[in-house]
Design a protein around this ligand. Sequence first.
Ligand SMILES: NC(=O)c1ccc[n+]([C@@H]2O[C@H](COP(=O)([O-])OP(=O)(O)OC[C@H]3O[C@@H](n4cnc5c(N)ncnc54)[C@H](OP(=O)(O)O)[C@@H]3O)[C@@H](O)[C@H]2O)c1
Length: 345
Amino acid sequence: MRVWQVSTFGIESLEFAERPDPIPGPAQVLIKVHAVSLNYRDLLMVKGIYNPKLSLPRIPCSDGAGEVIAVGKDVTAFAPGDRVAGIFMQNWLDGRPTPAKIKGALGGDIDGMLAEYVALNEIGLVRLPTHLSYEEAATLPCAAVTAWNALEAGGIDASGIEAAGVKAGSTVLIQGTGGVSIFALQLAKLRGARVLGISASDKKLQRARTLGLDAGVNYRENPDWDGWVAEQTHNQGVDLVVEVGGVGTLPRSLRSVRMGGVIAQIGVLSAAAEPLPVPLILHNQVRIQGIYVGSRQHFESLNQAVSASQLHPVYEGFPWTQAREIFARMESGTHFGKLVLKVAS
Ligand SMILES: NC(=O)c1ccc[n+]([C@@H]2O[C@H](COP(=O)([O-])OP(=O)(O)OC[C@H]3O[C@@H](n4cnc5c(N)ncnc54)[C@H](OP(=O)(O)O)[C@@H]3O)[C@@H](O)[C@H]2O)c1
């Protein structure tokens, strides 16, 4: 089979290589991969920033969707013809995370999905929502599960300790218009929340408005966007910040969240511009909740919501022969929503 693999770090070094077809073990399912989506983490992985000690060669990308074409003798949950996606951490099935459960991430600890065929344990799979194409479903495993978990973490009833979940009446702030943020927008609107957003691009903000964004501001032209959030919320602050910027945005996120509100700390996109205003955390009794994707159970709950609402993910699709160009597109930050590679065999 053909795969893309990282033998030496760097986008230009991505290799289109031949490997033997995988043979499923007794508890495994053989999947013909139809589509793969990119996450910022995959870009960091390919560049050697995510884990400089990663054992190489490694097939990148955690997120893929495909069709079951064979199953091992002990497999009971899946049969040929089923449409499936792998869960991000193959061992986190449900419950709270543990060091053991968060091992086995696709496209990191183990080979990922950017291949014609993949063999995975049946416990590491979910069925796809039936109304989604393979390209659409390939966007879900990392970004959508992460956004879903962030929305579960913060809501209007939160005392600062108890999680209530975003609901009608909540106000949510998203940062940028990449994969996680656009899912957070779509899923928050499903729950009836008001969503504010910041972006480097007015055009992207306009496009986000067509998906339900209530108000947006350009953070390049208005670097003091926390002041804009205060205006938008009558100085109350938002219930939840879906924090993808990291150290460069966290100080303003702390000034944007309401007293007793939640910051779902997800991303690492920016560098520190100022020290962290720690007193704000305690004075405003803010809960900073780290999010690391989620479990199979989270993915299944997300899929139920996606099916019930007939939600369609937002993505830009390309042939997988253009993998290098599409990693470079992600690096440039010019995309909106998800980037998807259609795998052809
Ligand atoms: N913890 C987890 O489980 C988890 C899961 C998924 C992703 N992540 C992390 O979350 C981040 C986003 O991931 P992604 O896959 O959604 O990335 P992505 O699709 O590449 O989106 C990134 C977007 O963020 C915006 N952005 C960049 N710098 C910003 C800044 N300083 N302030 C505000 N917005 C900024 C840009 O949008 P505009 O052009 O609109 O400004 C950019 O296009 C990454 O750091 C990734 O590693 C973490």
